[in-house]
Ligand binder design. Structure first.
Ligand code: S3P
Length: 167
């Protein structure tokens, strides 16, 4: 099995589902946001504050390239990972890309109280709708499989696990 990369909007469940799937299939779990934070020694919020979005994207690209070289596992990515074609190429070369697809209304309800995401600081509802409009085609074009992630974590985990087991 090569890597299974989970992509999708903030709040689509990539980290929760990824961790569970990795545990069930007995593979390592990776998280690009966590890797960026550990390497930089600061939170993503602080990285955006100090280095701007470009500074974050540069660190994210390095994290993706490093994880691509690691032992095959399940990878949760940050929602904007697909914005850089270099990341999409790295991910596809090193495995299968699975989109966790969730309607904006469901995402907005899920992350209503979230304060850790810099791109949502100006208002969650407007930001999610505009990110969804800007990215939905890119998410689909970057993925090898799509899972409807508006269902419960258990169902989504089972579906992603089935994809892993079929590889
Ligand atoms: C981002 C999503 C975040 C994080 C950063 C930017 C995005 O990750 O990488 O705040 O551009 O959608 P999650 O999708 O895990 O929240």
């Amino acid at each position: 099995m090569a890597h299974v990369w989970l992509i999708g909007m903030m709040g689509s469940g990539k980290s929760t589902v990824g961790r569970l799937v990795a545990e069930h299939v007995g593979r390592p779990f990776y998280d690009t946001d966590a890797t960026v934070e550990a390497t930089a020694g600061m939170t993503i919020m602080k990285i955006f504050e100090r280095f701007g979005e470009d500074g974050f994207r540069e660190r994210e690209r390095t994290a993706v390239a490093e994880i691509a070289e690691d032992a095959a596992g399940v990878v949760a990515t940050g929602g904007g990972v697909i914005l850089d074609p270099v990341n999409v190429e790295s991910m596809r070369n090193a495995g299968t890309v699975v989109l966790l697809s969730v309607e904006p209304d469901v995402l907005i309800a899920r992350i209503a109280d979230d304060e850790d995401r810099p791109l949502l600081l100006d208002g969650i509802e407007r930001a999610i709708r505009s990110l969804d409009r800007a990215r939905s085609d890119l998410y689909r074009a970057s993925s090898d499989a799509v899972v409807d992630a508006s269902h419960s974590i258990e169902i989504v985990t089972e579906e992603v696990e089935a994809i892993c087991n079929a590889l």
